[in-house]
Design a protein around this ligand. Structure first.
Ligand code: GAP
Length: 450
């Protein structure tokens, strides 16, 4: 969490433009079924999005790559799936009731609301009207638990997943027998009543976070902090984000969130400029100390080998799933001219591609070709997301798959029926290769990592 009340803008934000416009990405997302406006048939609802058939695959792949790198590839991190609704005391302890607010102003003429740190001028940017005095606006969504009128309790939709980890610290310590340094990873929905929205999914009111709280001995926190800042930067690089579009930026002291000792943002060069993808913070012992005070439970660790008892410090890499999805889409977007025709393709990492293989029959009227294509789809489909498509001519089918980033198209033609071979076309190079259909499973296993 960056300091929501800070008047600073991210350094460099809005300064540089890259070639693909966000509206091109939004168009592609709608046209191909990645992302739709939520409740669109009713006119939508501001900054809430639905992920379509391809979007859900991409999102799941981003989450599973994160989970793999955080949990499966290591022995010092365990997972958690805590609830969205929590006892409201949690948010008092965490400081969200008191401090999770933006300073905002309203236009006295057109009633539009702005975050003060996003305003460059002293009047309304829309109509030039006078603005009200700044007021603090808490970003948490409130609702009620209980069914009897007058006997309900106000609760909040969580604005971060992290607190679910802190309140389960004791449970996890006792049940998993982990000792610092160790971490707890969680992916889940968070909600913020954002004032300034726009920029497609970048700032949504309902979004998903991938957060990991890494508990360390005080004194070892700086070392682990450096480790996680680098590890998280490299994770985006390892999944193909171009180096020139990614940078680290350390927060100035006056930008730090109330709990934060230090924080680095991993920033991506989105079409609207350098913007935060993920924050890596040293939360010190703030959260465990606060929850100990308010709950009355001692949240600390006893090192039985030395007899030393301490409140662990926490290093937190906290990323947004939706922002990562958007960055992967923007970064993969390519346009080129091939033999006088424009080609749009998503050169996305194969592990993230929503569809891994498309099986295409060259002649859909030939029953044997169609049957062979279906058989191959079914054989490959047990392992990967594979589609069969015969709804257009082959050139058009290729363009469709290019645009959604499918790494391989497998074409079955008349020759396949006699020589048992199919044509495999590579998305990026467009090179084609004849491959024995009986070897296709192994061929894909060699080329499509998990
Ligand atoms: N637990 C720390 C925390 O929540 P944050 O910087 O407020 O820190 C972490 O949020 C990440 O969550 C951000 O880097 C961003 O990727 C994502 N995020 C935050 N607010 C968001 C929003 N309104 N829409 C989409 N993603 C958001």
């Amino acid at each position: 969490m960056s300091n929501r009340s800070s008047s600073k803008r991210a350094k460099g934000s809005g300064e540089e433009m890259v070639s693909v416009a966000l509206k091109d990405i939004a168009n592609l997302c709608k046209r191909r079924g990645f992302i739709f406006q939520d409740s669109e048939i009713y006119g939508g609802i501001g900054s809430v999005w639905d992920y379509g058939p391809l979007g859900v695959e991409l999102k799941n792949s981003v989450k599973s790559q994160w989970w793999k790198s955080m949990v499966y590839d290591r022995n010092d991190i365990v997972g958690l799936d805590s609830a969205i609704l929590m006892n409201p005391e949690v948010w008092k302890a965490s400081g969200h009731v008191g401090s999770f607010a933006d300073m905002m102003v309203d236009c006295k003429e057109c009633r539009k609301r702005y975050r003060i740190d996003h305003l460059k001028e002293s009047n309304c940017p829309e109509c030039g009207g006078d603005l009200t005095e700044p007021r603090s606006f808490n970003l948490m969504f409130k609702t009620q638990v209980g069914s009897v009128e007058g006997q309900t309790t106000d609760v909040y939709l969580r604005p971060e997943t992290a607190q679910g980890i802190f309140v389960n610290f004791e449970n996890i310590l006792n049940s998993s027998r982990k000792k610092p340094p160790f971490g707890v990873a969680q992916i889940g929905k968070s909600f913020r009543n954002e004032i300034t929205t726009g920029n497609f999914t970048f700032r949504s009111r309902e979004f998903e976070q991938m957060e990991m709280e890494f508990f360390v001995k005080p004194g070892e926190d700086e070392e682990w902090y450096e480790y996680w800042v680098n590890a998280r930067f490299e994770w985006y690089r390892s999944l193909g984000i171009r180096k020139e579009n990614l940078r680290l930026r350390e927060h100035d002291k006056d930008e730090l969130a109330h709990y934060s000792k230090r924080c680095h943002d991993v920033e991506y060069l989105f079409p609207m400029g350098w913007s935060e993808l993920e924050g890596i913070a040293n939360r010190s012992d703030f959260d465990l100390t606060q929850h100990s005070k308010l709950s009355g439970r001692e949240l600390n660790y006893l090192d039985t080998s030395t007899g030393e008892r301490y409140v662990p410090y926490v290093i937190e890499p906290s990323g947004g799933v939706d922002r990562a999805v958007l960055a992967f889409l923007v970064d993969a977007y390519r346009k080129e001219t091939v033999k006088g025709r424009d080609r749009v393709f998503l050169s996305i990492d194969k592990r993230l591609a929503p569809i891994k293989i498309a099986v295409l029959p060259l002649l859909k009227k030939n029953g044997e070709i169609v049957e062979m294509a279906h058989r191959l789809r079914n054989e490959l489909g047990g392992r990967y997301r594979v589609v069969y498509d015969d709804t257009a001519a082959i050139g058009r089918l290729y363009r469709r798959q290019d645009e959604i980033g499918t790494p391989y198209c497998v074409t079955v033609d008349v020759d396949s029926l006699t020589d048992g071979k199919v044509t495999v076309r590579d998305r990026d190079t467009m090179e084609q290769e004849r491959v024995e259909a009986s070897r296709l499973n192994d061929y894909m296993l060699e080329r499509l990592p998990f």
